[in-house]
Design a protein around this ligand. Structure first.
Ligand code: NAP
Length: 163
């Protein structure tokens, strides 16, 4: 199993404000769908509850919570990092899709990062991605910068693989 993370981060590693995303970049959402479809997505309970239509289709959805008996329609539920890894051990590729608490917990176990770098610092950010130590990662692929017509945000993609 390859453990990957996919995340959109701003210039200060900001990823969210309260329960909401910092920005919705339509091309990035399409890329998220293309990369994760057919694979497993692993998320914290808060990120799951923020999905507007619940579990995402054509993907195995796994939700982490400390609550026992938590019901997540369309998703498998686990209560710890170890339980999540055990449940997914035979899956080819698992994408951790957030949020902040789950990114921090899983980063040390992660093989690959699919970053969307938003070239802006959002003052309103309250949730952050953990520090990415440059010495621990090779840049495998870079694309951009692009400009989002709707939000006027500049962004680029960077795929990192653990050395
Ligand atoms: N920019 C991006 O790409 C991106 C992607 C996703 C999310 N986000 C943002 O991230 C924010 C949400 O992140 P968050 O940190 O507040 O919440 P989260 O990581 O989505 O979920 C946290 C919850 O996960 C459960 N949990 C955490 N660690 C656990 C562990 N070790 N074992 C078992 N359960 C565990 C707990 O659920 P219980 O309370 O039920 O026990 C905890 O309350 C939002 O602002 C969202 O917009 C951004």
């Amino acid at each position: 199993m390859i453990l990957s993370m996919i995340v959109a981060i701003d210039q200060n590693n900001g990823i969210g404000k309260g329960d909401d995303q910092l920005a919705y970049i339509s091309a990035d959402l399409k890329r998220f769908k293309a990369l994760t479809t057919g694979h497993t997505i692993l998320m914290g309970r808060k990120t799951f509850e923020a999905l507007p239509k619940g579990a995402l289709p054509k993907r195995r959805n796994v939700v982490i919570t400390r609550q026992s008996g938590y019901n997540a329609p369309g998703a498998d539920v686990v209560n710890s990092l170890d339980a999540a890894l055990a449940l997914c051990q035979n899956d080819d590729k698992v994408f951790v899709i957030g949020g902040g608490e789950i990114y921090s917990t899983f980063l040390p176990k992660t093989d690959e990062l699919y970053l969307t770098l938003i070239h802006h610092a959002f003052d309103e950010a309250t949730v952050f991605f953990p520090k990415i130590e440059p010495g621990e990662w090779n840049v495998e692929h870079e694309e951009g910068p692009f400009s989002d017509e709707k939000t006027q945000l500049a962004y680029s993609y960077q795929n990192l693989r653990r050395k």
